[in-house]
Ligand binder design. Structure first.
Ligand code: SF4
Length: 369
């Protein structure tokens, strides 16, 4: 297939669906395997596609999707949002961020409210835009809110690289970037979260490579299939997972091989490795996960907003409700949250999962209108 429309073609999708049903029938012959097969899609972009195209109902009763923690806005803990708000209110600061973050509630306000009260907060589409703002405003200090998974770490690294090359001294990042495999391992270790297979996020694997998941597939004896975002791609990922389960295999397979390589993007990985090291990081609803984040290396601490404004101390706060964490870790569907479409809606979100364009609650909210 060459064109996007082909990945959304109804006839092709129906063809894959009937293969899924056939394979599920074969799985049913094995009395040790219970249906529905529970598959966790990691990425919030995949969750939105699944809901938008009705794949969640199309695969029933053989397969059920369990939504994973792959939304960077959703997993950023509240103390980091509070720190971002404090930094944004510092004198002489221009605070820049991707749009989704601006609506995520901190303990007392969100970025839009802080902006309305006078903070210079700007929505950018790329971290490089923030470096350009810094270049154009040498008398200001410009901070970029660096959130994202491995995919987004690449343009953030490019921005730091450019700032270094251009000699921009007034550019900083507030780092909250995370890695998928350690979070997936926490979920696979959790007795309350039972899943039979994983659909890994294609864009993350484009950078880091599918090979990163081999140790997890082996250790937890679980199929992990790298999958794209269009309906036919997601269904193909489901089918590949089911075939592994039917055959008693537990491997990493690449159902997105027109984009993803086992070794990933070596140029991007080398650049990331030059500027960032792997550190522990706190995740909303999960807590601290060892080796799950990227932090600036010692020699690049002059770009680190937390280091530059180290006098600002933010205390860790408990989550305002337990439901966001349960949804993030696949233990609860958004519709089971007592706040869903009541106190928490897209118009008045109380949790990040309702704000983000990749949040599971926002996905359910959109299709339930
Ligand atoms: S509906 Fe709102 S409060 Fe409930 S889990 Fe989703 S984002 Fe959190």
């Amino acid at each position: 297939m060459k064109y996007l429309t082909e990945f959304r073609d109804k006839d092709v999708a129906n063809g894959v669906l009937s293969e899924i049903q056939k394979t599920a029938k074969q799985i049913k012959q094995n009395p040790n395997i219970k249906l529905p097969i529970l598959l966790m899609e990691i990425c919030g972009g995949q969750t939105h596609s699944i809901l938008q195209y009705g794949l969640n109902t199309a695969v029933l009763p053989d397969v059920e999707f369990v939504h994973g923690p792959g939304c960077p806005v959703c997993v950023t803990p509240i103390e980091t949002i509070n720190l971002a708000l404090e930094l944004a209110k510092q004198p002489n600061v221009i605070f820049t961020s991707f749009g989704d973050m601006l609506r995520v509630p901190g303990s007392h306000e969100n970025m839009f409210q802080a902006k309305a009260n006078g903070a210079d907060i700007r929505w950018v589409y790329s971290p490089i835009d923030a470096v350009e703002i810094a270049k154009e405003n040498p008398d200001k200090e410009v901070i970029f809110f660096a959130i994202g998974f491995e995919t987004t770490v690449t343009p953030i690294t490019a921005a730091i690289h450019l700032a270094k090359k251009w000699g921009v001294k007034n550019f900083f990042i507030l780092t909250a970037m995370v890695r998928v495999p350690p979070a997936l391992e926490v979920i696979l270790n959790d007795q309350e979260c039972v899943i039979n297979g994983v659909l890994a996020a294609g864009h993350v694997c484009t950078i880091m490579g599918s090979g990163e998941y081999e140790p997890l597939a082996q250790k937890y004896a679980i199929p992990i299939v790298v999958t794209g975002f269009q309906p036919v791609e997601i269904l193909s990922g489901v089918l590949t997972c089911l075939k592994q389960i039917r055959d008693g295999r537990a491997q990493v397979e690449n159902a997105y091989n027109w984009v993803v390589r086992e070794e990933g993007n070596l140029v991007a990985k080398e650049l990331i490795n030059e500027y960032f090291e792997i550190i522990n990081r706190r995740w909303r609803g999960i807590g601290e996960i060892p080796n799950s984040g990227f932090g600036l290396r010692k020699e690049y601490q002059h770009f680190n907003a937390e280091e530059h404004w180290k006098n600002i101390i933010i205390k860790k706060e408990a989550e305002s409700n337990p439901y966001c964490g349960l949804v993030l870790t696949g233990k609860m569907k958004p519709t089971a949250c007592p706040f869903f479409k009541k106190e928490c809606s897209q118009e008045h979100p109380i949790g990040a999962l309702m704000v983000s364009s990749e949040g599971a609650c926002a996905a359910y909210h959109k299709v339930s209108k």
